[in-house]
Design a protein around this ligand. Structure first.
Ligand code: F6P
Length: 552
């Protein structure tokens, strides 16, 4: 019998630990060690990750750290920061960290046949963006009628929408926007119809944001916006109102956008990692350049931490390992994210792309099916709103759902009592999930209220909470641009670590291709009728039904 490799041995050790009868239990760990919060948490600057409300004990943590070592995480991290090809199916580096490095950061990035000086390229593009932002804010750059811009309309989807939209929304609440930002992603014509009603074409700057500049939804919306603008101001006005954020300079030129209005980035930036690039231009326009720079600085600080901290103190590594324990050891297939901060309303939507597009893979780097689960299904809503929707299932449903609770200690409004209520709820949810409520406790409470024995027998089972439901808490001082940059980079690196441990390519996204191709085939059939035999029976019938409902 061949001896197990260190990696196999590490997975086996984790499986053995998960097979213990106590593997799902958390309360006994606190009973045995009331100070475990200090051992199972880690901090960087004012940011703390507390994962003590999980069933991870010292043996499990050691096994998870051994897994990271056996999976070659150290070498992977070195290759990632060295700009090596960590996205082999596309032959690219994943060098979004260079976008937040200084000009002399010395970061390099591999593309097929080319090594880019990534820090310098990023700094050059930043300079161009900063100058543009200054000209728009000063009113030097105006629309075709001579009026200054009061709105930036970002047209993009996926990574060209979720990041800039979420970050802009988060960072303009406190001081209000310097320039109003609106986002158009969905090709559904209702989205543009609603926006067009509130926008004044003479005062709108339109940014077409698309890494590839070929995405059907974005190009359809860009053409609609162009027609809308030309109808209002004339064809000659278009140039003064349009800009592009893209890697595809040929296509932006073909669309008619002047080179000085095109802000580029390179293929070593994945779409879902691109908010730090020119894709972040709407953030800088809406929130101001200093805010955008602070956002980059926060991410850079997390990069340095991830790159240098020992794994046992490394927040992205620990967050990733907790996730691995939940998915691979305890078979928990979902992950909730509850930010108790209205400004982070869109954070779960952003994380859905970051995590699920990155690690929603089932083929290993060796081309073989991976023999274990990978990315959990991620969802979330802001707290406390979420408490009044899906948290019932999280407390009492048949499956445990790990939750990340996220909040800042200091609010940026002047109603401290509201903030205390908000945070009391976050802490109470996590405590309730851990503690639960036993049948005995429920019955005693009902008896004390004078409930009859018959009613107690009927109702008490419904009021029992099992408890022992795992949560992480991520707490920091206040949600400013720096803290948000750090928070996003924390999750970016968590995703990279998990991809390394699962031995998958976290930086490609072949899974979104098939639907795009089939949509291209179905599109003409919605006018002409389904080609017989081209589809499954359901799709063919639905095309027919769709056409009938439209009277076609
Ligand atoms: O469909 C997935 C995807 O390719 C994402 O990865 C990307 O963020 C999004 O589409 C938009 O792509 P683009 O920026 O090229 O328009």
């Amino acid at each position: 019998m061949t001896p197990a490799s260190p990696l196999q041995a590490a997975w086996t050790r984790i499986a053995d630990l998960a097979a213990r009868p106590s593997a799902h239990h958390i309360r006994p760990l606190f009973a045995a060690d009331p100070t475990r919060a200090s051992r199972f948490s880690a901090s960087f600057e004012d940011l703390t990750l507390d994962f003590s409300k999980s069933s991870i004990d010292s043996a499990v943590l050691t096994a998870l750290l051994d897994l990271a070592a056996a999976a070659g995480l150290k070498g992977f991290r070195e290759r990632l920061f060295a700009g090596a090809v960590v996205n082999p199916t596309e032959g690219r580096a994943a060098m979004h960290m260079a976008l937040r490095s200084p000009r002399d950061g010395g970061m390099r990035a591999a593309l097929p046949g080319v090594i880019d000086d990534a820090s310098v390229l990023a700094a050059n593009e930043r300079d161009k963006m900063q100058a543009f932002v200054a000209r728009v804010h000063s009113g030097e750059l105006r629309g075709a009628t001579g009026q200054s811009f009061d709105t930036v309309l970002n047209i993009g989807i996926g990574g060209s929408d979720l990041g800039p939209r979420m970050v802009t929304e988060a960072l303009t609440v406190v001081n209000g926007p310097k320039l109003r930002a609106r986002f158009l992603s969905n090709v559904d014509g209702h989205a543009f119809k609603a926006l067009a009603r509130e926008l004044d074409p003479a005062r709108t700057l339109v940014l077409v944001a698309s890494k590839t500049f070929t995405t059907l939804e974005t190009m359809t919306n860009a053409r609609a916006a162009r027609a809308w603008l030309a109808a209002a101001l004339g064809e000659a006005a278009v140039g003064a109102h349009f800009g592009a954020l893209s890697t595809n300079l040929q296509a932006t030129a073909a669309f008619g956008i002047a080179p000085d209005r095109v802000f580029g980035f390179r293929d070593w930036v994945g779409g879902r990692y691109s908010v730090w690039s020119s894709i972040g231009l709407p953030v800088a326009l809406a929130a101001g350049w200093e805010t955008f720079q602070a956002f980059l600085d926060g991410a850079r600080a997390m990069d340095r931490h991830f790159q240098t901290a020992p794994f046992a103190e490394n927040l992205p590594v620990l967050l990733a390992l907790v996730g691995i324990w939940h998915v691979n050891a305890l078979d928990l297939r979902t992950q909730g994210v509850l930010a108790y901060d209205e400004r982070l309303r869109r954070f779960p939507a952003y994380l859905q792309q970051l995590e699920m597009e990155s690690n929603g893979k089932s083929t290993g780097l060796d081309g073989q099916p991976v023999p274990y689960l990978t990315c959990p299904v991620l969802f979330g809503e802001p707290g406390t709103d979420a408490q009044h929707s899906f948290m019932q299932l999280v407390h009492q449903g048949t499956q445990a759902v790990p939750i990340d609770f996220i909040f800042a200690a200091v609010p940026d409004h002047d109603r401290p009592e509201a903030h205390r209520i908000l945070i009391a709820n976050a802490l109470a949810q996590a405590e309730a999930l851990l503690r639960g409520k036993s049948r005995g406790e429920v019955e005693a409470e009902m008896r004390a209220k004078g409930v009859s024995a018959a009613d107690i027998a009927a109702i008490a089972p419904h009021r029992v909470f099992t408890g022992d439901r795992p949560t992480n808490t991520i707490l920091f001082q206040r949600l400013d641009a720096y803290a948000l940059g750090r928070l996003i980079a924390l999750y970016e690196h968590k995703v990279a670590v998990q991809g390394c441990l699962w031995n998958i390519d976290s930086f490609d996204q072949w899974g979104v291709e098939l639907g795009k191709v089939l949509a291209g085939g179905i599109l003409p059939e919605l006018s002409s009728g389904a080609t017989p035999g081209a589809h499954d029976g359901s799709t063919e019938a639905l095309i027919g039904r769709f056409r009938a409902l439209r009277g076609e």
